[in-house]
Design a protein around this ligand. Structure first.
Ligand SMILES: C[S@@+](CC[C@H](N)C(=O)[O-])C[C@H]1O[C@@H](n2cnc3c(N)ncnc32)[C@H](O)[C@@H]1O
Length: 226
């Protein structure tokens, strides 16, 4: 493979541009020729890669901030809560190429763009639903991974009910916790402390990564269920 391209996790690459000396995170495009947001498409040895922007994706931000537990594999079945227009979900689709990414989103406006992203990918399914109403998408069955980014006051409760309904025992949950959405009157450190205590009741906390350098007021949790 190209000297400047290193696989740092399964299907996730770091690329050093020789001309500019800039480092990029990349995933290989599962839908060649198509962009999802304003990422760049780069051809390396006949393969097309997409740049992955840590200022637009909290999973990329966590990787930049030294994430250690990367559970996404070729065949992973992923439930993505708060998929918006598919920015991060599409990179997960590039990674879990023979798996499935179920994308739950309750905004019908975001859903319009999400549907056109999913149409170009064989492993992404859009679900227009409120992540508080698991009964509306029970048909998906059990999943290996839950990725949640909903920025709601009850975001921990949402993760718990979805884990109970869908996450395999020993499965991994990635939670992007936005302090300002929980309670604007409390300090971030107090919110993260209380959130950690609440999460510990149901999960083993594998990592707690401060990603505020890329996304203000956010903590990125990696959790093992059951
Ligand atoms: C911060 S954005 C997600 C960005 C996205 N995860 C990404 O990285 O590409 C949060 C999204 O969660 C959605 N959302 C918030 N609460 C939700 C809920 N209860 N059920 C489903 N979607 C929800 C919002 O509509 C919004 O699109």
């Amino acid at each position: 493979m190209n000297d400047n391209l290193y696989e740092i996790f399964h299907n996730v690459y770091e690329y050093k541009d020789k001309d500019t000396n800039n480092h990029f995170l990349l995933t290989e495009n599962l839908a060649p020729g198509n962009k999802v947001y304003d990422e760049k498409l780069i051809r390396i040895q006949n393969r097309e890669f997409r740049t992955w922007n840590p200022f637009k994706s909290k999973l990329a931000a966590a990787i930049k901030c030294n994430l250690k537990h990367f559970a996404f594999c070729e065949n992973s079945i992923v439930l993505y809560l708060g998929a918006a227009t598919g920015t991060t979900a599409s990179h997960i689709s590039d990674i879990c190429r023979r798996g499935m990414v179920y994308c739950v989103e309750f905004s019908s406006y975001a859903m319009q763009s999400l549907v056109s992203v999913c149409e170009k990918r064989t492993n992404m399914i859009p679900i227009l639903a409120d992540a508080r109403k698991v009964e509306e998408y029970l048909a998906i069955g059990k999943v290996d991974i839950i990725y949640q980014d909903v920025a709601q006051p009850d975001q921990i409760r949402i993760l718990k009910i979805n884990s109970q309904a869908f996450l395999k025992s020993g499965g991994i949950a990635y939670l992007c916790l936005k302090a300002r959405s929980v309670d604007v009157r409390k300090s971030n450190s107090r919110i993260f402390k209380e959130a950690t205590q609440e999460l510990e009741k149901d999960f083993e906390i594998l990592e707690k990564i401060d990603i505020s350098r890329y996304e203000k007021d956010h903590m990125f949790y990696v959790l093992r269920y059951g």
